[in-house]
Ligand binder design. Structure first.
Ligand SMILES: Cc1cc2nc3c(=O)[nH]c(=O)nc-3n(C[C@H](O)[C@H](O)[C@H](O)COP(=O)(O)OP(=O)(O)OC[C@H]3O[C@@H](n4cnc5c(N)ncnc54)[C@H](O)[C@@H]3O)c2cc1C
Length: 410
């Protein structure tokens, strides 16, 4: 981090260096060995849109190897089996992963447990019985989970969810529908948010609870694997909950107070996506600079043409600003400051400038920029998506303004 004057603690630098070595040993060679399977959609996905078994086995192997090496759970609280590192480490490690893996080596996304598919601080308040039953396999990277908050009628306004948990024989019965749920088609467990007190929920004063349930519980069904961008398979699913029995020990945190866990999960997602945007954009900008020196058009290397190079300089500036914002915000969060405004600024800014940078890199490459081999469109697609996921840019601007109008004008 030559361009950064912040002092980054030694343990964070050590983890980042360790992850870089892990990627070179465990992730990049796997992509080379299984190149055809991992890059050809016809082989990667089954007819129903799910990853094929071989791909799922590779994903599991990366998660488990990383858990063994001590990276997968690096930011999971020690109380539930992790190393308890903070959000600065989380940010720096994810940025490193995407700067090295770019749009090609997507198994890199499984190196660190991500709140939407693995253990995180969202699960800190699971009951002792649930911890014993469900966490060990997740901590080992063997099993995974999904995070079911959004519904067809409740996206940006997630508190409008309609899934109901009705008290039944000491536990609950869940009925409802969830959509856009990452990893749902493959998850062994699901954290499901549901209304437990309709009156409080209608006043937006609690009344929503979180439950961690095995996805093989009768009544839990993946109705649809959602395809995006014309792809033939996907990672997001639509979940139907039909009278799913929930035991008392599956409640996570306090009854009626689960919505804050939803907010906590989404906040982790904002840190992850900011880091991914900066790392992917830097990976892409490096490729553009290299290409600009060797591609000759009208007798000159394109590095001589300001029309194509100035936008790259502008993007490098924006991405640097996003990186500094990411380091600063995660340091504030680790220091116990809520940093609500700064986290919203960081995520909306990072994903916007990240997607713009990759778009400009594609332009600088001409036709070759669109080829699957370059991986640029793959990287761009994800950043375009996260202009919506984990709080849309508009919702984040709304939060920034809400804070400013309330006097937070620093
Ligand atoms: C790839 C991907 C993965 C996802 N993974 C998960 C997951 O694992 N779990 C989960 O629970 N959810 C997940 N989501 C859902 C995600 O959280 C929602 O898509 C997001 O919150 C936006 O909701 P929506 O799509 O319903 O859009 P809407 O809320 O319908 O918004 C539509 C448009 O209106 C704008 N808008 C809304 N309100 C306002 C306002 N007040 N002012 C100005 N503009 C406004 C929005 O910005 C948006 O542009 C995922 C989404 C994507 C794309």
């Amino acid at each position: 981090m030559r361009s950064v004057a912040f002092s980054i603690p030694d343990d964070v630098i050590a983890v980042r260096n360790g992850i870089e070595a892990f990627l070179r040993k465990e992730v990049i060679p796997r992509h080379e060995e299984h190149h055809e399977l991992l890059s050809n959609q016809r082989l990667l996905y089954r007819v129903d849109g799910r990853f094929c078994d071989e791909a799922l086995a590779l994903i599991r192997r990366v998660r488990m190897a990383s858990a063994d090496a001590g990276y997968y759970n690096m930011c999971v609280p020690p109380e539930i089996g992790g190393a308890g590192m903070g959000l600065l480490a989380y940010y720096v490690a994810w940025e490193c992963i995407f700067r090295l893996c770019g749009g090609h080596h997507w198994l890199g996304t499984y190196v660190i447990s991500h709140w939407a598919f693995g253990p995180s601080r969202v699960l800190l308040e699971v009951s002792p019985k649930a911890r014993e039953e469900m966490l060990p396999a997740m901590i080992a990277g063997e099993k995974s989970m999904c995070f079911g908050l959004s519904e067809p009628g409740a996206g940006s306004d997630a508190a409008m969810l309609q899934t109901r948990a009705t008290a039944d024989d000491g536990g609950w019965r869940l009925n409802g529908r969830k959509i856009w749920i990452t990893n749902a088609p493959y998850a062994d467990y699901a954290l499901i948010f549901a209304i437990t007190d309709p009156e409080r929920a209608s006043r937006r004063k609690g009344g929503i609870s979180a439950f961690l349930i095995p996805t093989d519980t009768p009544g839990f069904e993946i109705e649809n694997v959602i395809r995006m961008y014309g792809e033939i398979g996907g990672n997001e699913g639509e979940v139907v909950l039909g009278d799913v029995r929930v035991e008392p020990h599956q409640l996570v945190g306090e009854l009626h107070e689960g919505f804050r866990l939803g907010v906590l999960g989404v906040s982790l997602g904002r840190v992850y996506n900011s880091a991914r945007a900066v790392g992917s954009a830097r990976w892409a900008l490096k490729r553009a600079i290299e290409y600009s020196k060797v591609r000759e058009v009208f007798g000159n290397a394109i590095s001589k043409y300001q029309g194509i190079m100035f936008p790259l300089a502008e993007s490098a500036t924006e991405v640097h600003a996003a990186h500094l914002m990411g380091l600063n915000t995660t340091m504030l969060l680790d220091g116990g400051k809520p940093a609500i405004k700064e986290l919203s600024m960081m995520k909306s800014y990072s994903v916007e400038v990240g997607a713009r940078a990759i778009d400009r890199v594609i332009q600088a490459h001409g036709a070759i920029g669109f080829t699957n081999e370059m991986g640029l469109t793959e990287a761009w697609k994800y950043l375009r998506l996260v202009n919506v996921a984990d709080g849309t840019n508009e919702i984040l601007r709304r939060t920034i303004l809400h804070r400013m109008l309330g006097g937070d004008l620093d």
